[in-house]
Design a protein around this ligand. Structure first.
Ligand code: C6P
Length: 412
């Protein structure tokens, strides 16, 4: 595999959206945990697909349908190779992480979770990895239990022996936190789950796959979910990876075309995995775009993206910490955090901070970040959040800090 140096200046030039001005200032895009910008390679793949290959997949026996099907399945194979799946059949296309997690909750959970069973979650998690399990628990009479987090946003692993047991059916946690930036010790947690319970482990990898190289053979999970749009691919496409034997015995999540083998009046039989879980016309262009995004990302060394983001995080934390009244959330050890830097200022509400930053061309996110349990844990209704990707630079951090000085001038 050819490797390319992680040179943010050269990389930025490949992202047309980063070249614009916003409110009279060159754009500084620091909302990458919400969604990333897209490189020209992905935009061209989308245009190429729609300009010459556009057709429905797995149906027609004409040239365009064959090309569309080949491109759709080639993208699946690329994802499988990228994440170390044993086979492309272990990769199910979904609309994103949220749909992938719901697929497991309905497809596996409804059949395997019963009255009195337990589902273990973490208070660190995104609503997409909480609410599907709450809905499942309510329907099946199961009990939800939580891994707590310490003051720096790390799992309290010492509690695991009291949380896990014979009744634990599912453990669902995130690999990297979107609200705190914690890079979680996923493998040690899964080893403990295996030692202490028969649970299946579901990992929300939405904030991990775009930034660090994940390998399903190393992580040891049963299901792993992620979204394309946070890793240079289009919106509306994502993946569920699952162990082949679990996917094989799971019920379909949605019914419709593409996912059946034989349909009769009263019953039907299902297509083989992964098609059993892909009812209806899929997001073919999205899959093609995701394949192109992975091809583009695979030119960088494993670990280079996270390392770059950690350097920016360390610099941002240092500069933010020098602002009187600023609080930075997440691990103090930079090796334990990603490119997500959440903070508050004593002088201004996070929404006011982001509104004023926007007038300076600096895009960040403010709010509860779909992680209300995290906000409750730290007694704050919201945070402001800067989040980095491979095209961000130290200059971007300087622009963030300069813009925060404007906030201080107005509210301080
Ligand atoms: N977090 C953020 O700004 P979807 O929307 O399905 O692509 O991803 C949902 C999701 C699930 N888990 C984690 C850890 C996430 O960060 C996200 C999306 C965005 O933090 C939008 S709320």
């Amino acid at each position: 595999m050819s490797t390319r140096p992680l040179d943010p200046a050269a990389i930025r030039a490949e992202f047309p959206a980063l070249a614009q001005s916003v409110h009279g200032h060159p754009l500084v895009y620091l909302d990458n945990a919400a969604t990333s910008q897209k490189p020209r390679a992905v935009l061209e793949a989308l245009e190429g697909y729609y300009s010459s290959d556009n057709a429905n997949v797995h149906r027609g026996i004409h040239e365009l349908s064959r090309r569309a099907t080949d491109a759709y399945e080639a993208a699946r194979a690329r994802v499988a190779g990228w994440i170390g799946a044993a086979s492309p059949n272990e990769v199910v296309w979904t609309r994103g992480t949220t749909e992938a997690l719901n697929l497991v909750a309905y497809g596996w959970g409804l059949d395997h979770v019963g009255e009195g069973d337990e589902i273990v979650l973490s208070v660190q998690d995104h609503h997409s990895n909480l609410v599907p399990w709450q809905l499942l628990a309510q329907r099946r009479g199961a009990r939800l239990r939580y891994i707590e987090i310490d003051d720096e946003g790390r799992w309290q692993l010492d509690d695991l022996p009291s949380l896990l047991g014979e009744r634990t059916r599912i453990v669902a946690v995130s690999h990297v936190s979107n609200a705190l930036g914690t890079v979680n010790p996923i493998r040690p947690l899964i080893d403990e789950v295996r030692r202490l319970s028969p649970a299946v482990v579901v990992v929300d990898g939405a904030q991990a796959v775009p930034h660090l190289r994940v390998d399903m053979t190393q992580i040891g999970a049963d299901f792993y979910a992620f979204s394309g749009h946070k890793m240079c691919a289009p919106t509306g496409i994502g993946c569920l990876w699952g162990r082949a034997e679990l996917l094989d015995e799971m019920s379909p999540f949605q019914g419709g075309g593409e996912m059946i083998s034989i349909v009769d009046r009263d019953m039907s039989t299902w297509a083989a995995v992964p098609h059993k879980f892909e009812a209806g016309t899929p997001n073919i262009a999205g899959a093609v775009g995701m394949g192109a995004a992975i091809e583009w990302l695979s030119h960088f060394d494993d670990g280079a993206v996270l390392e770059h983001e950690q350097q920016l995080s360390a610099y941002a934390v240092e500069r933010l910490s020098a602002i009187p009244g600023a609080t930075v959330f997440g691990p103090s050890n930079v090796a334990e955090r990603s490119g997500v830097v959440p903070f508050t200022l004593a002088s201004a509400h996070p929404h006011d901070i982001s509104t004023i930053l926007d007038t300076q061309g600096v895009a960040i996110r403010a709010g509860h970040h779909c992680a209300q349990l995290v906000m409750k844990r730290y007694g704050t209704p919201a945070t402001a959040r800067a989040s980095f990707y491979l095209y961000n630079t130290r200059d971007d951090v300087d622009r963030l800090i300069e813009a925060l000085e404007t906030v201080e001038d107005i509210f301080g």
